[in-house]
Structures are given as structure tokens and as C-alpha cells.
Ligand binder design. Structure first.
Ligand code: ADP
Ligand code: ZN
Ligand code: ZN
Length: 698
């Protein structure tokens, strides 16, 4: 395009989507008009392509001047999408922080969190979209005056909690708050009231939830309470057009409430006044590829940047958050009673050592549990049986030659799915028909070992003739809309016994369930992953919270746990619904083992064509690390294979780095990681490597 008067143009920084490993970490220099405001979206040339960039802030004068290109070699920026107000300074600071903390290039991250469609539009197309949005909003604002919505009078505890939130909101720089309360203790009502306050002051509210399938329920509650207000959702289940529309509505300051999953933490909200993170302990707040950010942690940082209250809600807070609260860095607000006096389920620990054995084979379901299920059936109540493993059986086995259904491409078994008679690998997805006989010795009697939800469903059907049994897991909910349909059937009372994985544990408000059973939760007690007990405890508390939500039935609701270790501290604390005791014992263990929250971790993972390639790369990386002065005082562990070491014929290794202080770890990584880009070039067998800061799964 013609460049009429670039003579007066100046050097501008533009964040572009150049990945970290290209060696470009900061924004790039271009020439642009004098008045080009930071935060403006502009078209720029990058290599041979045209791409969208974001005008970034000028570097502090004098910095990086050394290797900067002279101005006559800079490329001019192209058209600006100036129909859009610039992204705010606090949004840019959030992105600067997130990119630095999670060791990504700021442009890569900033562009990745914009709606994909925004990157494809030219200025004219964007104008057209904005016009359409204006029209749609003009039609909706004309909505008739609403009668004020009905809202319950707060309980005494809720009033105190709300007052505490309001006191925080009045502070110039409020600390984050942990809203600690059981399922059904009225946390959501506090979010609603706090949101009401923020909206009344003309501010926007951002509410984060862990999973897409939880947004409709919460959305419905917010929609009912804030009828006449503009509410949008942001999550990966939206079409690209919806996502752009919702994002624009937030960015233009029109959406008053934004509900979303982790990516929504990056929403552009010019008047943000309150940030809520529901179920703050939920692992799905951590992004598991690319920039592995924690939306919960970024929400806390964003609150600090924008000087607004952040409400972290949970019945079983993450131990990180709990420790912050204990140390007084987060304000703790407690809700200890269930609304309407609903009681918590009685927890029954069934000792599997007492389980009668039939012909040497243990059955999945103890007689007392079956009796309890039958009682529910007779009374027309519902039960939920929980097993965190899908498929029929985790492995097929030949007892003649000891053949097992191993995946040819992974260090894992192929799972037996009876419904479609396949063996499927849950890691690489490879699937094959079940062999008629042992592929190794020809024995026709190959048998399933262990139990998944399919088999549990079958065993329940045998034991409870006439019962209407349904199963919800990743296999039964593959089709869009099927989860909603199946949940609907449970709500409508068309199901007596629901079998499911952790999918059913979260958020669903099942009113008629009076019995929840976890039939085989022991694996987590002895996992290599130090967070496994924490996840199990919160899952069981959460799954137990499904029972007894209807106060009329609460007195007879029960949570059954079948375990070989009924004396384990975790189950003992669970029996008393004593999160505090559980957290205390876990924190003591973590402290003595030097684990988070008392230490800070980073995990470097490498994938190679061979074991040697992956391991040698990390060993070389380790050697480079040990040369660095900043490595002093850090623990750098030797590389080890990942828990599932081979997936789809790729060998996976990891190396853990542990530091006493966050800043120490950050400074070291900033020094060390850039050297790995060069190192990688000398290790041809390495397919990729990545760093995970504050990893959730080890
Ligand atoms: P949580 O978010 O802690 O699970 P909720 O806010 O969803 O708790 O409250 C549980 C149930 O009690 C919901 O059905 C809610 O509508 C209702 N509820 C909440 N607060 C009150 C109140 N003060 N009076 C009556 N009902 C309430
Ligand atoms: Zn065999
Ligand atoms: Zn596989």
C-alpha cells in the first residue's frame, strides 16, 4: 500500500505472534504514526506474511538500544483496526506478567488469547461486525423495565460474609478473599450480591468457572438475577462468531457480566470491578499445553493490578490458597452451615478387607452397599456410583501365557470396551477389535482384569434387577448435547442409579440423590503424584456434596467409600467432613518434604524419538543449568521418564526444578531457558520440549 507520509513516523513496539523459540521474546520494532496509541490492533508484516499485531508500550528509554535496528531498516505498520478502542494498559500489564511468568513470548500469548476471528478481519469487516453488534444491542436494551428480581434474605452467616466482601471492596488495594464454604452453603448467593454491588457502581464483573458444562447452570442463575443486564459467556464451546461477539461486547464495556472458563481470565474488561473464581481448587484452571498458565493465579494477579476484590470460592480450597489464608495474605471468609439446615451425608467407610470372596474373585460391590442401594430403590430415591475409570476393564489378560492387552505405541494397556468390542488406548487413541483368542498363545479364554464404569454398570444391573441404570462418562457423552440430555434424564427422575466418572462429581445439583458411593478410590493414596490425595479428598467431598441437597432427604443421605485402608488419615478426615484437619496433615507432609506450597516447582519435559534422545537432551540441559550462578540453592533433579513414558511412539522425559522462592526460580529460568533453544538444535532426536511452571501433575 502507498505510504504517503511516513517521514514523520516513529519507532513503535508491536507484539506479534512470534513464538519463544524463534528467539524473539519481546515486541518487535516497526515504524508507525506519532499518535498510534498502545493497545491498538494493527496489521504488520512478519517475515513474508501479514499478521495482526498489538501496539505495545515503548520500552523504557535507553533499554535494548544496543541491538535495535536503525529506523531506516524498520518496516512500517499497515492498517490499524482503529474502530476498536485500544486494549487497556492493565490488560497489557497482565499479558506482560503472564508471558514473563510462564516463559512465553508476550506476542504469542497476547494474540493467542484474542478471539481467533479477530485476527482474520480487516478494518472494513470489523466495522461491519461492530455495526451488527450495535443493532443487536439496540434491540435488546429496549427490553421492558424489569420488576426487581426475587432474592432470598441472607442468612446471618451470609450477611457477615457479604459485609466482609463489601469491606474489602472499599479498600484501595484489597487482598484476595477465600470464600470457604461447603456445597450448598450459599457461596453463589454471595457472588450474586457482590456482583450486584459492582454493577450498581457501573463496573463489570468476571466470573470464572472450571468447566464449560458448568457455565449453563451458573449462567441461568445469573441471568435470572440480573434480568435486563447484559451477560455474556466466554469458553471454548462457543462458535468463533459467538466468541468474537462476546469478546467485543466485553471489550466495548457493554457486557456487564462475563462468565467463562480459564481463557476468560484474559478477557478485555475496561471497567472490571470484581473477579470471582468458583471452585478455585479445580485442576482445569491450569492450561495443559502451550502457555501453561493457571487462570486462578492470574485472576489473583489481575485483581492486584486492577486493585479490585477477587473472590476465590471452594469447599476444599487448594492447599496453596489455604496456606495463603493461614498466613494472612488472603482474607478468609467462612460459610459453615448448609442453607436450610441441610445436613452433610453420613460417611460410611466400608473395609474391603471384610469383603467376602467368591471363588477367589473379589466382587466390586459389597453386600451392605447393595442393600443400601436397594433401600433407595424401594423409596424411589436416586443413587450415584462413582468410579474414576471408563471402559469395561483396564486390561485384557491371558492366564496361560500372561499376555496383556498392551498398546503397541505406548507404555500403557489398551482398555477393553465391551460395548463396541474394542481395545482402545486412552493415551494415543489407537483402537482395534478384541481378538477372539490370545494373540500370543491361542488360548480362547482371555479375560478382563479390573473394572471400569461399563463393567460396573453391568454388575449393578445384575445385582439390582429392574433398576433403571444410566452411565455418564467420556464415552457416553461424546456427542454434542448428549451430556445435557443424560443429566436431564437424571433430573427428571428417569434414572435410579447413575454410574459415572468424575464428570458427574462437579456442580450438578441433583436433588433426589441420597446415596453416593465411591467404589474404588484407593489408587490416589499411593500415587507418585503428591497432589493425588488432595484431588481425591476434594473430589469425594464434592461428590458427597451431591447427596442431601434437598433438606427433606438430607438426614438419610450417605456417602459410601469402599476402601482397603479405612484408617487412612484422608478417609478419617472425610468421615468428619473435616477439610481443616485434612489440609493440616497434608501441609505438614508437604512442609517436611519441601513441596508446594512451601517450595516452587518447574518441570521441563522433553519428547524424543528415542529414550536416549529425550534423556540426553535433558542431561545436557541439566549440565548447562549447573554452570549458571543463579542455579545456586536450587534443587535440579535428574531427568526421569514420565509416568506414561511412551505415547504414540514418542519417548517422554521430565526434569524437576525446585526452589525455596518464586523469584529465585523465575530469575534462574529466565537465564537458563534461552540456552535450551540453542541446545535443542544440537539434539536432533528431540521432537519438542516445554516448561511447566507450577505444574499440577508431576
Ligand atoms: P453454594 O454455591 O455454596 O453451593 P448456593 O448459593 O448455590 O450454595 O446455595 C444453595 C441453595 O440455597 C441454592 O438453591 C440457593 O438458591 C439457596 N440459597 C442460598 N442462599 C439462600 C438464602 N439466604 N435463603 C434461602 N435460600 C438460599
Ligand atoms: Zn496367552
Ligand atoms: Zn497408545
Amino acid at each position: 500500500p502507498a505510504q504517503p507520509s511516513t517521514a514523520s513516523w516513529r519507532r513503535v513496539s508491536v507484539a506479534v505472534d512470534a513464538p519463544q523459540h524463534s528467539g524473539l521474546t519481546g515486541p518487535l520494532d516497526y515504524l508507525g504514526p506519532q499518535d498510534l496509541a498502545p493497545g491498538t490492533l494493527v496489521q504488520v508484516g512478519l517475515g513474508r506474511r501479514d499478521t495482526l499485531g498489538i501496539v505495545w508500550d515503548d520500552p523504557p528509554s535507553g533499554e535494548a538500544a544496543g541491538d535495535a535496528l536503525p529506523e531506516d531498516q524498520l518496516r512500517p505498520v499497515g492498517a490499524a483496526l482503529d474502530a476498536l478502542p485500544p486494549l487497556s494498559a492493565s490488560w497489557r500489564r497482565l499479558l506482560d506478567f503472564a508471558a514473563a511468568y510462564y516463559q512465553r513470548s508476550v506476542g504469542e500469548l497476547a494474540l493467542a488469547v484474542l478471539p481467533p476471528q479477530l485476527r482474520e478481519l480487516d478494518a472494513a469487516q470489523l466495522q461491519a461486525r461492530l455495526k451488527k453488534l450495535d443493532k443487536a444491542e439496540a434491540a435488546a436494551a429496549r427490553a421492558a423495565d424489569q420488576a426487581p428480581p426475587e432474592r432470598p434474605a441472607l442468612t446471618e452467616q451470609q450477611s457477615a460474609a457479604l459485609a466482609a466482601v463489601q469491606a474489602l471492596a472499599a479498600q484501595a488495594s484489597p487482598p484476595p478473599a477465600l470464600l470457604w464454604g461447603l456445597t450448598g452453603s450459599g457461596k453463589t448467593e454471595i457472588y450474586l450480591r457482590a456482583a450486584e454491588d459492582a454493577l450498581a457502581q457501573g463496573r463489570q464483573v468476571l466470573v470464572l468457572v472450571p468447566e464449560i458444562n458448568l457455565t449453563p447452570q451458573l449462567e441461568a442463575r445469573f441471568a435470572a438475577r440480573f434480568a435486563g443486564h447484559s451477560i455474556v459467556s466466554l469458553h471454548s464451546g462457543l462458535t468463533p462468531a459467538q466468541r468474537l461477539r462476546h469478546w467485543l461486547s466485553a471489550h466495548l464495556g457493554r457486557a456487564q457480566l462475563v462468565l467463562g472458563t480459564r481463557l476468560a481470565v484474559f478477557a478485555s474488561l475496561p471497567r472490571l470491578g470484581l473477579l470471582v473464581v468458583d471452585e478455585e481448587h479445580d485442576p482445569s484452571y491450569k492450561q495443559q499445553d502451550g502457555a501453561r498458565y493457571s487462570a486462578r493465579d492470574l485472576a489473583v494477579y489481575r485483581g492486584h493490578l486492577e486493585r479490585i476484590p477477587v473472590l476465590l470460592g471452594s469447599a476444599t480450597p487448594s492447599l496453596e490458597t489455604w496456606q495463603h489464608a493461614l498466613a494472612g495474605r488472603y482474607r478468609r471468609i467462612d460459610l459453615t452451615e448448609r442453607i436450610g439446615g441441610g445436613e452433610l451425608p453420613t460417611v460410611r467407610l466400608f473395609d474391603m478387607n471384610r469383603l467376602e470372596r467368591k471363588k477367589g474373585v473379589t466382587t466390586a460391590l459389597s453386600v451392605p452397599l447393595l442393600d443400601a442401594l436397594r433401600k433407595r430403590l424401594a423409596r424411589g430415591e436416586q443413587s450415584l456410583v462413582f468410579l474414576n475409570r471408563r471402559g469395561y476393564a483396564p486390561v485384557l489378560h491371558c492366564d496361560q501365557c500372561n499376555w496383556k492387552s498392551d498398546c503397541p505405541h505406548c507404555s500403557a494397556h489398551q482398555v477393553f470396551h465391551r460395548e463396541d468390542r474394542t481395545l482402545r488406548c486412552h493415551h494415543c487413541g489407537v483402537s482395534q477389535r478384541v481378538p477372539r483368542a490370545c494373540p500370543s498363545c491361542g488360548n480362547p479364554d482371555i479375560a478382563p482384569l479390573g473394572r471400569g464404569t461399563e463393567r460396573l454398570e453391568e454388575q449393578l444391573a445384575e445385582a439390582l434387577p429392574g433398576a433403571r441404570i444410566a452411565r455418564i462418562d467420556a464415552d457416553t457423552t461424546r456427542l454434542k448435547g448428549s451430556l445435557e440430555a443424560q443429566l436431564g434424564a437424571v433430573h427428571d427422575g428417569e434414572v435410579d442409579v447413575l454410574v459415572g466418572t468424575q464428570m458427574v462429581a462437579k456442580g450438578h445439583d441433583f436433588r433426589r440423590i441420597t446415596l453416593v458411593a465411591a467404589v474404588n478410590p484407593d489408587g490416589a493414596l499411593f500415587s507418585n503424584d503428591f497432589r493425588a490425595p488432595e484431588r481425591l479428598f476434594s473430589l469425594l467431598m464434592q461428590v458427597g456434596g451431591r447427596a442431601g441437597r434437598d433438606a427433606a432427604q438430607a438426614s438419610r443421605s450417605e456417602l459410601w467409600v469402599q476402601t482397603w485402608y479405612p484408617d487412612h488419615a484422608l478417609f478419617q478426615a472425610l468421615q468428619k467432613h473435616d477439610y481443616e484437619a485434612f489440609a493440616g496433615s497434608q501441609l505438614a507432609e508437604r512442609m517436611s518434604a519441601g513441596l508446594p506450597p512451601f517450595a516452587h516447582l518447574a518441570l521441563v519435559r522433553a519428547e524424543g524419538r528415542t529414550v536416549e534422545a529425550a534423556r540426553e537432551f535433558l542431561e545436557a540441559a541439566q549440565a548447562q543449568a549447573q554452570e549458571l550462578p543463579l542455579a545456586m540453592g536450587l534443587l535440579i533433579y535428574p531427568p526421569v521418564p514420565m509416568a506414561v513414558a511412551r505415547v504414540a511412539n514418542v519417548e517422554r522425559f521430565q526434569m524437576l526444578i525446585e526452589a525455596g522462592h518464586r523469584g529465585q526460580l523465575q530469575r534462574f529460568l529466565r537465564d537458563w531457558l534461552p540456552t535450551l533453544h540453542g541446545l535443542r538444535k544440537r539434539h536432533k532426536g528431540v521432537l519438542r520440549w516445554a516448561v511447566d511452571i507450577d505444574p499440577l501433575v508431576i
